[in-house]
Design a protein around this ligand. Structure first.
Ligand SMILES: [Zn+2]
Ligand SMILES: [Zn+2]
Length: 572
């Protein structure tokens, strides 16, 4: 048995125990042991045979007994008993964003639902909202979570694909036969929707790596199996392709399998013009056949005196030409971001208090955040009226005098009403540090009318940022029918900032539009629109999207230190 197989059983036990409502310390003990085992540099079997197992951190007497039992029988009694008590498939529900162990237990006890399909059915037929501790909001959140997990039309949203791929990579990394391993394909290029997951490994024993891959937990069906590649379908329906190459070929193969096809075709033709052949097996001189095996992807691009091209740029959108001229943008990095300017709290439809959000933002190293709850017309989301907003401003003022190292900016996500009027009058808007304006109603208006609404917001001197400018929801809602060219022109003219909303089911502006905005001189803010503190971590998706849009630090206003940010916001 491989280390990852034992680790998987332990983490499964931890998950089922958690759902069962077992003691927190017991759950954590199994989870820690699973983590420790999957990070062991040597074979668990050897460690056990040499009686060194209790030297591994986090593994005491009880767990070492379990490990012996698993290694000799392939499972353990506790695991088998738990699976009799709870169907194993409910563990998959823990992956649904926003659904925790407690709620899964409530749902299971009341309705005996044991699969994600059944859960979706129950949510659609409104059977969840009446359960203890739930309600319409929870039911909708669960439905949204399921849809996010699945994506649509066979595609998966980036975070789901990434989490699955990282799991597989970390499990395979524990195999001593694996030399190097990485995610390739569109996932490495951080596209917003992912078809198949591509993983590339190098090894001198490809057969063993393939065998290990096929035995990974979560593999539902083997679609193809060869000596150096295999394809499987996971429980969630996503296809994963693994290729294994000789160690000296890893970097050429990684470049090749990262794509895109269009980027590679052009790169190959550039090599050809200079008398070289490039493919997944290396670089070859055309006339002599002399071979070169690059030791990094950078060496491939540098081979022709070209700048290294980050995976996010490899779409044949001018990056090769720019790299040859030494003109590639210095891409924005996650660490450049100094704060988040669009966040909801429990004052409207968020789940956490301002204090909790501030603490989370501080631990992320941010210098500032803006609290931007909904405005009064959005009653369904608990929008604030003027009185509540003024109260919130007072609370924030007080918090700022208590908290050190983080500045909380007072803001609002003000609705742009159907008649082009802002949901608050200028008097109160002028008192706020940040005004984010957006459309949440009247999506069906005609193109001219919708475009005019957003331009009206740009022209309001108190509006700083237009949030989720096209309103699309990936797999759920098309963008509004608006003339983005006119809107960008208005934004450039009025110095209004357009948002890249980092929520992985929005990513709005998308990469192409954000690049156009940059070219037109429009400033961008990358915000999460978080409705709970975990949502703040979505910033990375916005940053990847911005990198795909060729954005640099200077194009993004929330890279500025606090004093400069305030100056720029006031300068509007
Ligand atoms: Zn919004
Ligand atoms: Zn929002």
């Amino acid at each position: 048995m491989k280390n990852f197989e034992v680790a998987f059983i332990f983490s499964d036990i931890a998950n089922i125990l958690e759902i069962k409502g077992e003691n927190f310390f017991k759950v954590r003990a199994y989870r820690r042991a699973a983590h420790a085992i999957s990070n062991l540099p040597e074979d668990l079997q050897d460690i056990v045979e040499e009686n060194r197992i209790e030297e591994v951190e986090g593994i005491g007497k009880a767990l070492s007994e379990k490990i012996r039992e698993i290694l000799s029988t392939g499972t353990c009694k506790l695991y088998e008993d738990l699976k009799k008590e709870f169907p194993r498939d409910i563990v998959a529900m823990l992956r649904i964003p926003g659904l925790g162990a407690k709620k899964i237990k409530i749902i299971y006890d009341a309705l005996h639902i044991s699969s994600i399909d059944e859960l979706e059915q129950a949510a659609v037929s409104h059977r969840l909202r009446t359960l203890p501790g739930m309600g319409v909001k929870t039911e909708l959140a669960i439905l949204k979570g399921i849809r996010m997990l699945r994506g649509e039309a066979g595609k998966t949203l980036l975070p789901t694909a990434l989490a699955l791929a990282e799991d597989i990579v970390s499990m395979l990394t524990t195999m001593p036969e694996v030399e190097e391993i990485d995610i390739a394909g569109s996932l490495r290029r951080r596209k917003e929707l992912i078809g198949d997951i591509d993983i590339l490994a190098s090894s001198n024993k490809p057969d063993d790596v393939i065998e290990g891959f096929l035995r990974l937990p979560g593999v539902n069906e083997i679609l193809a199996k060869g000596s150096t590649k295999a394809s499987v379908r996971l429980d969630l329906g996503i296809q994963v392709d693994l290729r294994v190459v000789e160690p000296c070929l890893f970097h050429c193969a990684l470049q090749y399998f990262t794509g895109s096809k269009e980027h590679n075709a052009k790169l190959r033709s550039i090599f050809q013009q200079k008398g070289f052949k490039l493919n997944e097996y290396g670089i070859y001189k055309e006339n002599s056949g002399e071979a070169f095996f690059p030791r990094s992807e950078g060496e491939i691009y540098n081979f022709l005196k070209m700048q290294y091209i980050a995976p996010e740029l490899r779409e044949d959108r001018g990056e090769l030409e720019a790299a040859m001229q030494g003109n590639l943008p210095v891409l924005l990095e996650r660490q450049d971001i100094k704060g988040d300017l669009h966040i909801h709290t429990d004052w409207s439809d968020g789940n956490n208090s301002i204090e909790a959000i501030a603490a989370a933002a501080k631990s992320m190293g941010y210098e500032y955040i803006a609290i931007t709850d909904h405005s009064k017309s959005l009653k369904i989301a608990g929008g604030l009226d003027e009185k509540r907003l003024r109260e919130q401003m007072e609370v924030i003022k007080k918090l700022n005098s208590e908290i050190e190292g983080l500045r909380i900016l007072s803001g609002i996500e003000v609705d742009i009403l159907s008649n082009e009027i802002m949901d608050f009058d200028d008097e109160i808007l002028s008192k706020l540090d940040v005004v984010v304006a957006s459309i949440h109603s009247g999506f069906k208006q005609d193109r001219e009318k919708l475009t005019r609404r957003i331009i009206a917001a740009c022209e309001n001197p108190h509006v700083d940022i237009i949030a989720h400018p096209t309103g699309r929801m990936l797999g759920k809602r098309e963008p509004y029918d608006v003339d983005m060219d006119l809107i960008m022109k208005a934004a450039a003219r009025t110095n209004t900032i357009l948002e890249i909303n980092s929520s992985p089911d929005r990513l709005d502006l998308n990469d192409m539009m954000a690049r156009r905005a940059k070219d037109m001189g429009v400033k961008i803010a990358i915000n999460t629109d978080a409705h709970e503190k975990e949502g703040l971590k979505d910033m990375r998706f916005g940053v990847w999207n911005a990198r795909r849009a060729w954005l640099e630090k200077d194009n993004v206003i929330n890279t500025r230190p606090l004093n400069m940010l305030i100056k720029e916001l006031n300068g509007r």
